[in-house]
Design a protein around this ligand. Structure first.
Ligand code: MN
Length: 128
């Protein structure tokens, strides 16, 4: 079965870049451009993995991650936090919010693809 990847990103250009990066992979891609939409989409679609931009208008990606972790259905969903212009302490904040991993933008397409594939295969091992 195809795995569902939810991309949460408010910048249309970044969204397009991530889409293009993952296009050839065998995933169902879902998109949300703010926190509210991300939560709604997650509830409805139950994605296997969420790529979470941290800087979003309104609710931040950190808040969205925290809210998801409070919900039993999402206690084990893989979440990768994405930040631009990473600053000292960002990684810690992202992991503290409940994200499983962290990637700073700009990233190499191969890096993103590799991280997603690895985390999804890890997930299958944990929950066969
Ligand atoms: Mn953003």
């Amino acid at each position: 079965m195809k795995e569902k990847v939810l991309i949460v990103e408010d910048n249309p250009l970044n969204m397009r870049v991530i889409e293009m990066t993952l296009k050839a992979e065998n995933y169902i891609l879902l998109e949300a451009s703010d926190g509210e939409e991300a939560l709604e989409m997650a509830m409805r679609e139950r994605p296997d993995l969420i790529l979470m931009d941290i800087r979003l208008p309104g609710m931040s990606g950190l808040e969205v991650a925290r809210k998801l972790r409070e919900t039993l259905a999402f206690s084990h969903t893989t979440i990768i936090g994405l930040t631009a212009y990473a600053m000292k302490g960002d990684r810690e904040k992202v992991i503290e919010s409940g994200c499983d991993a962290y990637l700073s933008k700009p990233f190499h397409p191969r890096e993103l693809r590799g991280m997603i594939a690895e985390m999804l295969s890890q997930r299958q091992k944990d929950n066969p």
